[in-house]
Every structure is written in structure tokens, then in C-alpha cells.
Design a protein around this ligand. Sequence first.
Ligand code: AMP
Ligand code: GLY
Length: 416
Amino acid sequence: MNAASLVDILVLGGGGREHALCWKLRQSARAGRLFCAPGNAGIAAVADCVDLAIADPDAVVAFAREHAIGLVVVGPEGPLVAGVVDALRTAGIAVFGPTAAAARLEGSKGFTKDLARAAGIPTAGFRRFASAADAHHYVAVHPLPVVVKADGLASGKGVTVAETNEEGLAALADINGPVVIEECLTGPEASLFVLTDGKTISVWPSAQDHKRAFDDDTGPNTGGMGVVSPAPRLTEALQARALAEIIEPTLKAMAAAGTPYTGVLYAGLMLTADGPKLIEYNCRFGDPECQALMLRLDSDLLDILLACAEGRLAEVTPKWSAEAAVTIVYAAMGYPGTPITGTVIDNIDGAEALGVEVFHAGTRRNTAGKLVAAGGRVLAISALGADVGEARSLAYAAIRKIRWHGGFYRRDIGKV
Ligand code: AMP
Ligand code: GLY
């Protein structure tokens, strides 16, 4: 491989998802310099962490030009909704992710619900309201449980499944701006991922997230406390239905509207008695789903993301490990409220010696060079195994090696 064919890469984001992406990109034979903005203490071991306003399209384009970046990979939704992909494309720089218009699938729940209704995509019944005040009466009398959602981006925390009308009204009182009220669906959840360049659809392994903060699915919703991949309840038949009834009509509708979708599309599904229904779309990899997927990917990630960015996705066929993956999130006390930060974390090496990957999310080095908690979700311990049970045992054995008094994790990730 000569130096000329190396690709310099910029990854935007600084969570566990971006650590997993950087870890995998670093393994690519064609990866040249790898920058990550802002990165974190774990990412610093595999990439140059840089200070950059990642949701400022001009700033990202300027950095990419200055460093002759050959591929930008956008981790979180903020830069997508802000139009970073549009600006990079206009500048002729290859980028993995959807345009701002396409990212409305995540940025506006109301947009997606309207699209689903128009295209006949199975999803929960709903009504949109311009403000919380407008929704007040509807929530007060809605049959229970009632689902109250902020229309815009809320990092997975803008949703309340209210068991009483009072609880629904309290959730409503916390929302500024437009609101979506939904019928409550029941059933196991599954996350389905596809990559698309607007022409080809590449179906990736599924995963099942654990959204609630505490064991047995209790406590508040979080960004995700742990994952198993593949999703145990998403059979091949259900996945085929979800692709035909949800994903394909969505991509068709986006293309027909003149806003073709490119990048990774992540569908949150509820496997109801009537079949899979769409809960929401995300326009990015899930976190911590990505950590589990990267462990299972047996192909070169740079080749795949570059092919997707350049409209050549048909040329690559990712290979996947037949093994199952389990990822457990180690969060700081207080999360998903205000986390307690600054507490010292030790013996990650001891955990990794067992054969797991410990991806960092909210971590930094203090002035003494010690690793400390610096966010809500702090570490994502990820293990492979012959089946979910084996991966789970290994992940839990590893997490117990980590010495950290400021954190908590769920004990039931992947438990059957
Ligand atoms: P979202 O941010 O839209 O993925 O919602 C977060 C979580 O809220 C989902 O993973 C579900 O557990 C729950 N949820 C969202 N919408 C509904 C619904 N219509 N019915 C039941 N649960 C829901
Ligand atoms: N783990 C859920 C998400 O990334 O939205």
C-alpha cells in the first residue's frame, strides 16, 4: 500500500459510538491520519483528538480542507441536522451521513409520522400539536397509557410513556415547542440498521437496546444502557417484513421527495402482535448499538463507509461474525439526570485482558493523568461469544474488573 492511496479521516463526535468507529477505522489498511472531534480519553489512543465546532458546517469544511481529509464520518445527529453533510458535499469532500433534509427523519418526529402515514408504513397512531398548551386537553382525556414526545432532537430522553393522564400532563409541561402524542404500542423492541447510498441497501445486523436506566426495564429512559446483537426476537421473517413494509417505502418516499437518504438509517421497531411497527428513525448509528456492531464486523470499515459516501455501496459486501455481541454501559451515578463526574476509574486494562473491548464515552484525563468520569454514559464494555449467554458472561466478568466507585450498570443486559 503506498502512501498516496491512504485516506485521511475525520470522525465527528466523542462518545462510545465514535470510539468504536475510530477503533475499527484504525484497523483499515487504507487509513491514513485519523482525527476525531472532540474525541475522548479512549479515542486519544487511536486518533488525534481535535477541538472543532462539529455542528458548524463552515468550521468542519475548513478543517477538512486544511487537512486534506478524504472521508468525514458523522457520528451524532446534531451536525447532520445542522447541514454539515450538505456543506461538505458542496465542497466536494466525501462524507458518510445524510443531508439536513434527509436527517429530518430523526430531527422531526412529526415529519416522520406524516411520511409514515402517507406511505402506509405501520406505526403508532398519533396526533401532532404546535405546542404543549395545544395538546393539553388531548393528553388529559387520552386512553392510557399515553406516549408524549417532544417533536425535535432530545438524545433519546424526550419521550414519556405515561401511565396516568397526570403523568402525561407533567411530561407535557417539560416540553418547549411542538409535540407528538402517540398511542402506546407493546411488544419487544429491536433496532434495525441499513446503509444506503441512495441506490443500494445494505442490511446490517440487528441489535436490541435496553433503554431504561435500571434492571427489569425500570427507571427513566436513557440513551441506552446496554445492547445485544443480533436482536433475539427479530426473526428473519420479521426482519424481511420490516424491510419491505417500513424501510423500503421510507427510502422510496425520501427519494421521490427529492431528498434521497444516504448513510446509516436506524429504525427503532416494536414487534407487536400485528407485526413490526416503526417507533422512530435515527439517522446515525445507535450508541451503544454501534459498539456491538463494530465488534461483529469482519470487513474493512473504511472501504464500506467510503463506498457508501461515493455512491459505490454495491461494490462492497460486509462480512459479519456469526458470534453474538453484548455491550454493557457503565454510567456515572445520577445519569440520566445530572451525572456525578470527576471520579477516578481504574483497571480498564484488567478488564480488556479478558478479551473484551472497553469503549470510552464520557471520560477524560485529570491533571494528574488519571482517567476520570466526564459525562453520563462513561464506558461501554463489549464482548463477543458463541451465543448471547457466553458474550454476556464475558462482558460481566470484565466489567467487574473495573475499579470505579462513581458508576452503575444494569445487571440484566442480555438476560433471557
Ligand atoms: P424514541 O426516542 O422515540 O425511541 O422512544 C424511546 C423509547 O420510548 C422507545 O424505545 C420505546 O421504549 C418508548 N416508546 C416510544 N414510542 C412509543 C410508543 N408509541 N409506544 C410504546 N413505547 C414507545
Ligand atoms: N441507543 C439508542 C440510540 O442511539 O438512539
